[in-house]
Ligand binder design. Structure first.
Ligand SMILES: [Zn+2]
Length: 294
């Protein structure tokens, strides 16, 4: 069972510990270009362990919203190299390396993606900081790497890591380019399945069998959702084609700033209202609320 609870009551910072239960907090729920609800970055907390899934350009601001900074987070998991998911990592790296005391947070990442993330994205702002002292820096100068291992449980494109009490299963998704017909043609991107209970799609185009497969076991599902057709995300219209029993355990996140004005994105011919509860979903994912699983 789970509850949705308020956080930061009376302005207190969010605690990065729980009494042992799993807590999931979306510090943002918006799309890449959201100005109203931050970007879809997610804190997972259990006992005295926590992981921040993605830290986008607004990630440091979204942490500040709940009384935290990138220096409070000691473990990160980047899902893919779009700026709304990794744009805050330069602040993570530089604040931790050059702040006092310096600190080496953990980074959960596959070997192949580690090299891509560093060489194509993060190295530009970080590798030359100390070049005059003999060598350019590497990603391992900023992070302690934790490596998920491949598992077969949910098909061949899954990797697992046990981080304290938190089991994280990374599931490869088909996100971009939009011409990709399968995950092998796609750039690296993953969804996350937590404690075999909470499924977060990650950024993905609509792949019916993906939510269907996890709906058999997951207690609650979070699916990314864009308010128009085409592009690199599952659209509301496509998600409406899922069976009612799957929609009934699904919250929607990663939505555009006009989510609450369905008259701007629901067409007359559509057979849905644009109000997720009325359309059979659990609802829009709440920003800065705790989804507590017992
Ligand atoms: Zn993306």
């Amino acid at each position: 069972m789970y509850e949705v609870n308020a956080i930061c009551e009376e302005g207190k910072p969010l605690s990065l510990k729980t009494d042992g239960h799993l807590r999931v907090v979306f510090i943002g729920v918006g799309s890449a270009f959201s100005k109203r609800r931050r970007q879809s970055n997610i804190l997972v907390i259990q006992g005295d362990h926590h992981v921040l899934i993605d830290c986008g350009t607004q990630g440091p601001l979204a942490l500040d919203d709940i009384g935290l900074s990138v220096r409070d987070v000691n473990c990160y998991l980047p899902t893919h190299s779009h700026a709304d998911h990794i744009g805050g990592f330069e602040e993570v790296m530089l604040m931790n390396r050059y702040g006092q005391p310096s600190f080496h947070p953990k980074l959960i990442i596959l070997r192949d993606y580690q090299d891509l993330l560093w060489s194509k994205s993060l190295s530009g702002g970080a590798e030359y900081c100390e070049v005059n002292q003999g060598r350019s820096l590497q990603i391992t100068d900023f992070f302690e790497i934790l490596r998920p291992l491949p598992i077969e449980t949910f098909g061949s494109k899954c990797w697992k890591i046990q981080y304290g009490p938190i089991e994280l299963i990374l599931v490869r998704t088909r996100h971009f380019p939009d011409s990709a017909l399968n995950v092998d043609e796609s750039q690296w991107c993953s969804g996350i399945y937590i404690n075999r209970k909470v499924w977060i799609s990650g950024d993905t185009m609509f792949d019916r069998e993906y939510p269907e497969r996890f709906s058999q076991e997951a207690e609650v599902m979070f699916h990314d959702c864009q308010l128009f057709q085409g592009g690199v995300h599952a659209s509301y219209q496509e998600l409406m084609t899922l069976p009612r029993e799957i929609r009934a355990k699904m919250y929607l996140y990663h939505f555009g700033d006009n989510w609450d004005h369905p008259e701007t994105w629901v067409q007359n011919a559509d057979k849905f209202t644009g109000h997720p509860e009325q359309d059979g979903f659990l609802g829009w994912t709440q920003q800065q609320a705790a989804y507590d699983f017992y």
